[in-house]
Design a protein around this ligand. Structure first.
Ligand code: MOS
Length: 754
């Protein structure tokens, strides 16, 4: 294969120490190495399946091979007789738990972590293929594995409904979640405007189901001490997990201790409590022994939700000069009959373009499949593929440059549908800077050949809303001058523990080396979830307040000793004869916690009516398509993002690159295949579910505008999810440019390209 010389774009500009308003000093903006890096790369970091616990036993699940029906009988005699087996837990001997909630209610946080409404091992009903119907606990993992194969279950089966395409006619309108912004919306009469528009594009798209493949498969270690439960669990929401388990096991939340120090990736798949966690806690209670359950890769596919498939239509009507007169985005997603939520597939169409009329609406189908769940930019990832592909097609129809078309239709200061003002909006700058850095002016003619390859360049825009959650923090400064920030936040590998140190250092005015963070443990003040790209901004808000309060107390102490304001904390404390000072900041905790939550939610609702806050970005790529085989190679990638202030360019850019890599997975190979007759996932392994490998991913040249958002804490918009948005479309648009073929179905495999 002939390879053209690599084009190299300018490297990222060096991070500026202080890029705008807000209190920043020498730590924020620095590319600091991750504080957990050494522990993770040397293997000393302890994940939830790695805690050494005396008397530990091992559990293995028995999965139902049917998708709908009832257990007629279950024979555990052989399994129980197997050497080393401690317990075989089934619906006949499992403890009765408080029934699971049937829907999420943001006013009752114990409902938020319910992965489904199935009462695992408390029912003889089977609702999904792979549902655990028994768990074998043994002295060794091998003993449990073998004994699990000896459990005999006789089922009465009901034919499942699992064909998404066939069930589309049964789709119902999506009800918006309470408190959250409404799903969909409209501006004017888009249907009428579309009919009258001189230039029209109307395309249908499909995206398949995707499943979670975090490096660390879900694992739980559960220990009961009388009525107190300790759970070692890599999760994205310690608070929800604690409240959910307390409710189900009918114990006070303070008696459930969740330890989640290291998490090997989450991506949304660890923001809920799934069957295995619950069953491990049940087994430990009955066995009166510590129990560990580490899911196999297949176990994750069978018991943890994935990303919903979609069917979408995007119709855009425009004037001959490219003004969008109508933008219609209609989508159908799916949930499980036993739970799941509607990903906001169409929400990106509300804010990408200032079309004169807009219609965004979504429906949902219920099937006998595992519930869907959050997966990196749930909704925007799928929706952006459709809308950004259709915009590209419109540009071709108009004979306009696709970057120009996007710039021409940018909203200026207000969200076109809801009328809320943008806190700031830099998507046009991201598009322009990307265009210049990529060298878009040299874009080859469509269908240009290089040897037997066709060369194509593609562009797409990205948007993801910015979120903020409650973060209770405790800040302690001691007489040695060390500052410790304690909060039950989550470090899943994205660098949160590192940037927390940077924020504390600058907000308090102490050197970074003196700051450390305690996190990942429910004994610490309640932290925000690691979701919605909102964890860092949420922490920033409370860190700023805590540091201000601490500074005030230090200055008061200093003046007593005749020292000036802003004196070194170590000296202030030493002269005052104090060992340490502690301040706490955040929503109310304890019995008043609910009011804290109410206040927070009302602030969030008021805020969302006032401001539209979002991270945005622009992707540029070059692909090569083998003209004979359709083989696709991504040759060059450059993205420019506006994620507000960049606290740490190293971790932020890594997050954005990770998002792009996951987007390339969506584009090139990821697809969960379901046998619609049995409602069973056919490819539950990394051998048959293709995630991108190094050979699939070129150097990802990532840039950030580093422009603090005036309405977000420390100006931070969040970087975890925006990276994946638009990636699929950028690749599809490059394929269109190379081959003349518009591929509207993900993944973009060679059978669809040729
Ligand atoms: Mo995310 S999909 O909010 O981890």
């Amino acid at each position: 294969m002939t390879l053209a010389p690599e084009r190299t774009a300018r490297p990222s500009a060096p991070p500026e120490a202080d890029a705008g308003p807000g209190r920043t000093g020498p730590a924020i903006g620095r590319a600091v190495d991750r504080v957990d890096g050494l522990a993770k790369t040397t293997g000393t970091a302890r994940f939830s399946a790695e805690y050494p616990i005396p008397g530990l036993t091992h559990a293995v699940l028995v999965h139902a091979p049917i998708a709908r029906g009832r257990i007629r009988s279950i024979d555990v005699a052989q399994a129980e007789a197997h050497p080393g087996v401690v317990l075989v837990l089934t619906h006949l001997n499992a403890p009765r738990l408080t029934p699971p909630p049937t829907r999420m209610n943001p006013m009752d946080l114990s409902t938020m972590a319910a992965g489904s409404s199935i009462a695992f091992l408390n029912t003889d009903e089977v609702h999904v293929d792979g549902q655990p119907v028994a768990a074998v606990v043994a002295e060794t993992l091998e003993s449990a594995q073998y004994a699990a194969s000896l459990v005999r279950v006789d089922y009465e089966t009901i034919t499942p409904t699992a064909d998404f395409e066939a069930e589309l006619p049964t789709a119902k309108a999506v009800r918006s979640m309470p408190v959250l912004p409404p799903t969909g919306g409209k501006r004017g009469d888009a249907r009428a405007a579309y009919t009258k528009a001189p230039v029209q594009v109307d395309l249908s798209f499909t995206t398949p189901q995707h499943n979670h493949n975090a490096l660390e498969p879900h694992a739980t270690t559960a220990v009961w001490d009388g009525k107190k439960l300790t759970v070692y669990e890599g999760c994205q929401n310690i608070d929800w997990t604690q409240k959910f388990l307390a409710k189900r096991f009918d114990v006070p939340a303070s008696d459930v201790h969740v330890v989640s120090k290291y998490v090997g990736g989450g991506f949304g798949g660890k923001s809920k409590v799934w069957a295995a966690t619950l069953i491990t806690c049940m087994a430990a209670q009955v066995a009166q022994r510590p129990v560990r359950l580490a899911l196999t890769r297949e176990g994750v596919y069978r018991t943890v939700g994935g990303r919903t498939p979609t069917r979408q239509r995007v119709a855009i009507g425009a004037s001959r000069t490219g003004q969008m007169e109508a933008l219609i985005h209609q989508a159908t997603s799916r949930k499980g009959r036993v739970g799941g939520e509607a990903d906001q597939i169409i929400s990106c169409s509300l804010d990408l373009y200032d079309a004169a009329t807009i219609l965004a609406e979504q429906k949902i189908v219920e099937l006998d499949l595992m519930t869907n769940t959050a997966m990196r930019a749930p909704g925007e990832a799928q929706g952006s593929f459709a809308v950004e592909s259709a915009v590209d097609e419109l540009a071709i129809e108009l004979g306009l440059d696709p970057v120009e078309l996007r710039l021409l239709n940018q909203p200026v200061d207000k969200s076109p549908v809801h009328g809320t003002r943008y806190s700031h909006r830099r998507l046009a700058q991201a598009l322009e800077q990307g265009r210049d850095l990529f060298g878009w002016a040299d874009r080859p003619a469509p269908g240009t050949r290089d040897g037997k390859d066709l060369v194509g360049w593609g562009v797409a825009a990205a948007i993801h809303p910015a979120w903020e959650f409650v973060a209770n923090v405790q800040l302690t400064v001691d007489a040695t001058g060390s500052a410790t920030l304690a909060c039950a936040f989550h470090e899943m590998g994205m660098g949160t523990a590192t940037v927390v140190g940077q924020m504390v250092a600058d907000c308090l005015g102490v050197p970074l080396e003196r700051v450390s963070a305690l996190y990942g443990d429910s004994d610490l003040p309640m932290g925000p979830g690691a979701g919605g790209s909102g964890q860092t901004a949420s922490l920033a808000a409370s860190i700023e307040k805590a540091c201000q309060a601490m500074r005030k107390r230090l200055d008061a102490l200093a003046s007593k000793s005749g020292m000036p304001d802003g004196s070194d904390p170590a000296e202030v404390l030493t002269r005052a004869g104090e060992q340490s000072l502690t301040v706490e900041v955040g929503a109310d905790t304890g019995p008043k916690a609910m009011w804290g939550q109410v206040r927070f939610l009302s602030k969030m609702v008021m805020d969302s009516r006032r401001w539209m806050k979002a991270a945005t970005g622009a992707h540029y790529c070059e692909v090569r398509v083998d003209a004979d085989t359709g083989e696709l190679r991504i040759r060059r990638w450059l993205s420019v993002f506006d994620v507000g202030r960049v606290v740490n360019p190293k971790t932020t850019h890594s997050q954005l690159r990770g998002g792009i890599v996951m987007g390339l997975g969506m584009a090139m190979g990821e697809e969960t295949l379901i046998d619609t007759r049995t409602a069973r996932i056919m490819n539950p392994s990394l051998a048959e579910y293709h995630v991108p490998v190094h050979a699939d991913v070129p150097h990802l040249d990532v840039h950030t505008l580093d422009d603090p958002d005036p309405q977000m804490p420390l100006g931070i918009l969040g970087a975890g999810e925006v990276g994946i948005v638009g990636v699929g479309a950028a690749v599809a648009n490059a394929i269109r440019h190379a081959t003349g073929r518009r591929v509207t179905d993900l993944p973009l495999t060679l059978d669809r390209i040729v």
